[in-house]
Design a protein around this ligand. Structure first.
Ligand SMILES: *[C@@H]1O[C@H](CO)[C@@H](O)[C@H](O)[C@H]1NC(C)=O
Ligand SMILES: *[C@@H]1O[C@H](CO)[C@@H](O)[C@H](O)[C@H]1NC(C)=O
Ligand SMILES: *[C@@H]1O[C@H](CO)[C@@H](O)[C@H](O)[C@H]1NC(C)=O
Ligand SMILES: *[C@@H]1O[C@H](CO)[C@@H](O)[C@H](O)[C@H]1NC(C)=O
Ligand SMILES: *[C@@H]1O[C@H](CO)[C@@H](O)[C@H](O)[C@H]1NC(C)=O
Length: 349
C-alpha cells in the first residue's frame, strides 16, 4: 500500500511544483514557490486562486481556465493571471489593490475593445505589466507613471497611440517583439522616456528607423524587420548604446553611410542576414561583430582600424563572416596588427 502511495504523492507534488516553476518570474525565488505550493491559501483569497501564507501579497491565478478576473482582496501586490481565457478587463477590477506592483496577463485572449479605458491608470505603484501572447491591436493605456517594465510581445499591435507612453519616466524596459508595428505607428511614441534602456522591436514590419528614440537606450533590437537604410548619424545620438541588432533586414552598402556603425559605446553589433557587400566601419571598442550571410567579397582591414599603434587596435574578439564570399586567402597578412585580440574569426570554411 505504502509503495503505491509514495509515487502518487511524488507525482502530485511535482504536478504542483513544476507548474509554479514554469512561472518563475524574476523576483520571486523558487524557494518561495516551493513553500507556497504546499500550504493552504490565506482566508480572503479568491476561491479560484492561491494566496500562500509564506508570500501573502501574491495571488496565483494562472492556468485555471478563468474567463473572468476573480475578485482580488486588498493587500495583493503581485497578481498572476497568465494562461487563462480572459478576454477583457472590467472597470473597477483593481479597485481593492491600488498598490499592485506586478500584473501578469500573458497568454490570454485579451482584445483592446474589451479592456475598459482607465483600468491601469489608477495603479499608482504598478512596476511590471506583462500582456504578451494576447489579441491586442493597439498598445493598452493610459499607463501609470510608476511603470518600469512593459512586455507586450506576440500580439497584433500596429498602433501605439501617441500619448500612451508619455511621461513614463521610470520605464526602463519595453518588449514589443512579434507585433505588426510599422514606422509611422511608432514615430515619436518613445519620446521623453528618460530611463529607457532596453527596447525590443524585433519581428515587426518596420521599414525605417524610428525617430525620437531616447538617447538613454543601451540595448536596441530591430532585427527581423524591413529596414533598408540608416539615416546619416542616426546611431551617433545614442551615447549609451552597447548592443545593437539589425539582422534579417534589407541593408545594402548604399543604405549605410560611412560611419553609421562607428559608435564609440558599441560592444556588440549584429548585421547578419542582410545584403551588405562590404564590412562597414566599426568602432575600436567593438567586441562582437556578426556579419554572416551577407554578400561580402572582400576583407577590408580599414573597417576595423584606420590607424594602428601601440594603443590603437580593434578590440574585436569574435567575428562571424561565414555565408559570404571570403576565404582564408582573402585575409590580409598583417591582419593581427589590428585584430590583436580576435580569438574567433569564422569564415565558414
Ligand atoms: C474587494 O475585496 C472584498 C473583500 O475581500 C471582496 O469581497 C470584493 O469582491 C473585492 N472586490 C473586487 C473588485 O475584487
Ligand atoms: C485571437 O487570435 C487568434 C489567433 O489569431 C484567433 O484565432 C482568435 O479568434 C482571436 N480571439 C479573439 C477573441 O479575437
Ligand atoms: C520612480 O522610481 C523611483 C525609484 O524607485 C521612485 O521613488 C518613484 O516614486 C518612481 N516614480 C513614480 C512616478 O512612481
Ligand atoms: C571611427 O570614428 C573615430 C572617431 O570619429 C575615428 O577616429 C575612427 O578612425 C573611425 N574608425 C573607422 C574604422 O573608421
Ligand atoms: C566569389 O569571389 C570570387 C573571387 O574572389 C569570384 O571569382 C566569384 O565570382 C565570387 N562568387 C560569387 C558568388 O560572387
Amino acid at each position: 500500500m505504502r509503495l503505491q502511495i509514495i509515487p502518487f504523492f511524488a507525482a502530485l507534488i511535482c504536478g504542483i511544483l513544476c507548474t509554479y516553476y514554469d512561472y518563475g518570474y524574476e523576483g520571486a525565488s523558487e524557494g518561495d514557490y516551493a513553500g507556497l505550493a504546499m500550504g493552504p491559501s490565506t482566508a480572503n483569497c479568491a476561491p479560484e486562486c492561491t494566496c500562500p501564507y509564506s508570500y501573502p501579497t501574491a495571488m496565483y491565478c494562472d492556468n485555471r481556465k478563468l474567463k473572468k478576473i476573480p475578485m482580488i482582496p486588498p493587500g495583493i501586490q503581485y497578481l498572476y493571471l497568465q494562461s487563462n481565457q480572459l478576454d477583457g478587463i472590467e472597470d473597477g477590477t483593481f479597485k481593492n489593490v491600488t498598490d499592485l506592483k506586478w500584473l501578469i496577463l500573458d497568454h490570454n485572449f485579451l482584445t483592446n475593445a474589451k479592456i475598459k479605458k482607465n483600468v491601469f491608470s489608477g495603479l499608482k505603484h504598478l512596476e511590471k505589466l506583462y500582456i504578451s501572447f494576447n489579441n491586442l491591436t493597439e498598445l493598452v493605456g493610459p499607463l501609470p507613471k510608476s511603470l518600469d517594465d512593459l512586455r507586450v510581445t506576440n500580439n497584433k499591435i500596429s498602433k501605439i497611440p501617441s500619448n500612451t507612453l508619455e511621461g513614463l519616466e521610470n520605464l526602463t524596459t519595453i518588449y514589443l517583439q512579434h507585433n505588426a508595428l510599422k514606422e509611422d505607428s511608432i514615430s515619436g511614441a518613445f519620446k521623453g522616456l528618460k530611463q529607457l534602456s532596453h527596447l525590443d522591436l524585433s519581428f515587426n514590419e518596420i521599414t525605417k528607423l524610428p525617430k525620437g528614440l531616447p538617447s538613454s537606450i543601451s540595448t536596441l533590437y530591430l532585427d527581423n524587420n524591413k529596414i533598408g537604410n540608416i539615416p546619416d548619424e542616426y546611431f551617433q545620438g545614442f551615447k549609451s548604446l552597447q548592443f545593437l541588432r539589425l539582422s534579417n533586414n534589407k541593408l545594402k552598402d548604399g543604405g549605410v553611410p560611412g560611419n553609421a556603425f562607428n559608435v564609440s559605446s558599441l560592444v556588440e553589433l549584429d548585421l547578419s542576414f542582410n545584403e551588405l557587400g562590404s564590412i562597414p566601419a566599426v568602432n575600436e571598442g567593438l567586441e562582437n561583430l556578426y556579419l554572416q550571410v551577407n554578400k561580402i567579397q572582400k576583407f577590408n582591414l580599414g573597417s576595423f582600424c584606420k590607424i594602428i599603434g601601440p594603443l590603437e587596435y580593434s578590440k574585436i574578439k569574435h567575428l562571424r563572416l561565414d555565408g559570404n564570399n571570403i576565404s582564408r586567402t582573402d585575409m590580409p597578412h598583417d591582419m593581427y596588427t589590428c585584430l590583436r585580440v580576435a580569438n574567433e574569426i569564422d569564415l565558414g570554411h
